[in-house]
Design a protein around this ligand. Structure first.
Ligand code: CDP
Ligand code: CDP
Length: 227
């Protein structure tokens, strides 16, 4: 199969990382989770006692960070200046601060350049919020995955329960709705469906069916002129 790029965007809990990883595996492509990069910068900022308001300091720190994304057994491994931060970047503190950090234009410029570099050789499935609209506007396949806020919160709830984490479903639902609002309303590269992205509402739809649908769309897009 020829190499090309696939962009998968959508809100938190839509199934982007799960589905993108499986699609990449099926096609022999590389999976890139761009949210992990914004999370890594946010984690570092929190560690350094810097908030999104300390913009200059934050940009300075972010410009010096070495972020590596490595394929792992159960998803992508994230290294920050050589240290494994894969689990640390999923903390509630990072969840609460990541949208504010990722609304800073200079941070986006830095990370988008890295993401475009990673996709240069093609053959990547990249997920995020602005991949189809901004990072890879020429991606051959563009998907906008979504599901109701209620179902997305329930999915996260089940995930956290399985890890024995103490959570309230109502709180998760509020947090997801708030993150959606911030990501959709920010000025730079807000979360929005690209005009040429296929909308897949996965409410009530199981993972294998979603993967199957994306593989079908990929097959029918093969042979088209764009990448
Ligand atoms: O996994 P989940 O959907 O909860 O979030 P994520 O994909 O890890 O992304 C975390 C946050 O990073 C999002 O809420 C956005 O604020 C930001 N993000 C972004 O602005 N642009 C991207 N391409 C990816 C993530
Ligand atoms: O990356 P994103 O935040 O969009 O979502 P995810 O982390 O891939 O998926 C969130 C949770 O929903 C995971 O536990 C998935 O197994 C689950 N999921 C699901 O139950 N049904 C789907 N159609 C997609 C995801």
């Amino acid at each position: 199969m020829d190499k090309f790029n696939i962009a998968i965007d959508g809100p938190a809990g839509a199934g982007k990382s799960t589905v993108a990883r499986l699609v990449a595996k099926e096609l022999g492509f590389i999976y890139i989770d761009t949210g992990a990069m914004y999370r890594a910068v946010t984690w570092k900022a929190l560690q350094s006692g810097i908030t999104a308001e300390d913009r200059e300091q934050l940009v300075e720190i972010a410009s010096k960070l070495r972020i590596e994304l490595l394929p792992g057994e159960h998803g992508q491994q994230v290294l920050l200046d050589g240290s494994d931060v894969t689990g640390l970047i999923r903390s509630p503190e990072v969840n609460q601060n990541v949208s504010a950090v990722s609304a800073i234009p200079e941070i986006r410029t830095l990370l988008v350049a890295k993401q475009q570099e990673m996709a240069e050789a093609e053959g990547v499935v990249m997920d995020g919020r602005d991949i189809g609209t901004h990072v890879l506007p020429d991606a051959k396949v563009k998907i906008f995955l979504t599901a109701s806020v209620k179902e997305r919160a329930e999915r996260r709830y089940l995930e956290m329960k399985a890890r024995n984490e103490d959570v309230s479903l109502e709180k998760l639902e509020r947090e997801i709705a708030e993150r959606d609002r911030m990501d959709e309303q920010r000025e730079v590269s807000p979360l929005v469906r690209a005009r040429d992205a296929v909308l897949l509402d996965t409410t009530g739809i199981a993972i294998p069916q979603v993967v199957e649908r994306i593989l079908e769309l990929t097959k029918s897009a093969e042979g088209k002129g764009t990448r």
